[in-house]
Design a protein around this ligand. Structure first.
Ligand code: SF4
Length: 499
């Protein structure tokens, strides 16, 4: 007896089926396996919704098809009425064809041709391949449902737009021609998906590269967690992005089976460390590189916001805007580091530019001639460069700080590998591996850059209560301070080889 398929399957779910038949099967038939929405994912949804709402403002005549309580039938009925009235612009118009259900961000009626333009809004600064698949499916459903379509566009963010002038925030890119070639491939894909959904068996799909392309599948823990591979294995080797999947597809997951001739010298070294557990350290390289650094060392870390819709002077979509820094100054290896910190106050309206007070405080904290140490300094360098434009009166001081930047990350990547790094050289992996678990970020109220962004977003929101603000402030200060403190200890550890 085949399994019952719901009357309507949304486009979002079908896109999961494009990624993997097991994914859509589990999300339709084994809902209990769907993990709760993480704060990171929720923040992405919120951002996407905010961009869609902002895009609607470009169509003042638009009429919204409400979707209260996921009333699919009501939405389809309301759409039919608006279409029949030739409503000039409709938001969230709903369509159904053979059980596939889709809603269009914007459709616009052309009375001259009596056809419709379809506009899909994307919270990105360019059209990606995954957008084309998504819009292609959407339009296929709409066209088969009987909508005469003349043009299809993706409306995405424009990285040349600068706040406060948001008149050019969006670019509409015509993708009508690009979608033509996809059209014939959709029907067979849908046949496969519905066939899989009607089956009594979970599709026998093995894990692979497709689990994180185009995005991380929600069943990663379920499918990857049930693998019985020995640890460490192929997936604990750092780098090797393409090569890793080539080896995986040939069945080389166990470290003992990986053919060394397929690896670079560096990769062989890491493989050896994982097999033996013996840490690799190139002392001469560390000594040579660190000898170039100059005391007093100034350890710098920024936390930033990067809103899709810019809200700060001179910034564009996703521009990194620092709202916090931590600086530790180390006079010499025996001295106790001196700490400076800054967290922009939550302004009354929640919109005061955090950079106004941050820049002078930063210049003061980083004054001097010593090397400025930042883990993955490329990020701090980019932030400083942007701040030079934002605050021209401090441009020379900020440029001087930038010119002093040094970075322990490339030194560690080149000279050290420890089995506990696994596949990552991030500070969160390297710190505890070399210095001990006391330097772990586990159990911190704010434990990574994304969490810091969300915490600051809440901190500066006008409705946040005072006790909650104090809680968030403490967590943010602790986190940023920890980031520079771990680097202080890491650099002290590296200096043991500079003797
Ligand atoms: S984790 Fe991979 S194999 Fe499992 S459902 Fe997702 S995409 Fe499919």
């Amino acid at each position: 007896m085949p399994t019952q398929v719901p009357k309507l399957i949304s486009k979002t779910k079908i896109m999961q089926g494009y990624q993997c038949l097991k994914n859509i099967y589990l999300s339709v038939h084994q809902k209990s396996l769907i993990p709760p929405v993480t704060p990171e994912l929720q923040a992405l949804f919120d951002q996407g919704n905010a961009v869609t709402v902002e895009a609607r403002k470009r169509f003042p005549q638009g009429v919204l098809v409400e979707n209260a309580a996921f009333d699919f039938v009501g939405s389809l009925q309301k759409t039919r009425e608006l279409l029949a009235q030739h409503t000039p612009v409709i938001f969230e118009a709903a369509f159904e064809y053979k059980g596939c259900y889709a809603r269009a961000d914007v459709i616009e009626y052309n009375p001259l041709t009596q056809r419709w333009s379809v506009i899909e809004v994307k919270s990105a600064t360019r059209v990606k391949d995954e957008h084309l698949d998504d819009v292609g499916l959407q339009v296929w459903i709409m066209a088969n449902a009987g909508l005469p379509i003349e043009k299809i566009s993706v409306m995405h963010l424009n990285n040349l737009c600068k706040f406060p002038d948001l008149s050019n925030l969006f670019i509409q890119e015509d993708v009508t021609d690009k979608l033509r070639s996809l059209h014939t491939s959709i029907s067979p894909k849908l046949n496969n998906i519905f066939q899989a959904l009607r089956s009594e068996q979970v599709p026998a799909v093995e894990v692979g590269k497709h689990c994180s392309e185009p995005r991380d599948c929600q069943f990663m823990d379920h499918c990857w967690g049930s693998q019985t591979w020995a640890k460490p294995n192929l997936f604990d080797l750092p780098g090797m992005y393409t090569k890793r999947w080539e080896l995986f597809e040939k069945g080389f997951v166990d470290l003992q089976t990986i053919p060394e001739e397929s690896l670079s010298e560096k990769e062989k070294q890491c493989l050896q460390v994982l097999k033996t557990g013996q840490r690799h350290v190139d002392k001469n390289y560390i000594k040579e590189e660190m000898a170039k650094w100059k005391f007093p060392l100034v350890f710098l870390d920024f936390e930033t916001l990067n809103p899709a819709i810019p809200v700060f002077e001179g910034t564009g979509p996703f521009t990194q805007v620092p709202f916090q820094f931590s600086v530790h100054v180390l006079e010499n290896l025996d001295a106790t580091p001196v700490h400076f910190e800054f967290l922009a106050d939550a302004a009354v309206d929640g919109c005061e530019d955090p950079r106004k007070k941050l820049v002078p405080a930063l210049v003061e904290a980083c004054k001097g001639e010593g090397s400025v140490v930042a883990y993955y300094a490329k990020f701090e360098s980019g932030c400083l460069q942007d701040l030079e434009i934002f605050a021209p009166e401090y441009a020379s001081e900020l440029a001087q700080i930038r010119s002093r930047l040094v970075d322990p990350l490339p030194i560690i990547k080149e000279a050290i590998y420890d089995a506990k790094f696994g596949s990552s050289y991030s500070l969160k992996s390297v710190g505890p591996a070399l210095l001990g678990d006391v330097f772990s970020y586990d159990r911190m109220a704010v434990g990574d850059g994304g969490a810091a962004q969300r915490a600051y977003d809440e901190y500066r929101r006008p409705g946040t209560s005072e006790p909650r603000k104090n809680e968030l402030k403490t967590a943010l200060l602790e986190y940023c301070k920890k980031d520079t403190f771990v680097v202080v200890e890491l650099v002290k550890w590296l200096y043991q080889f500079v003797k």
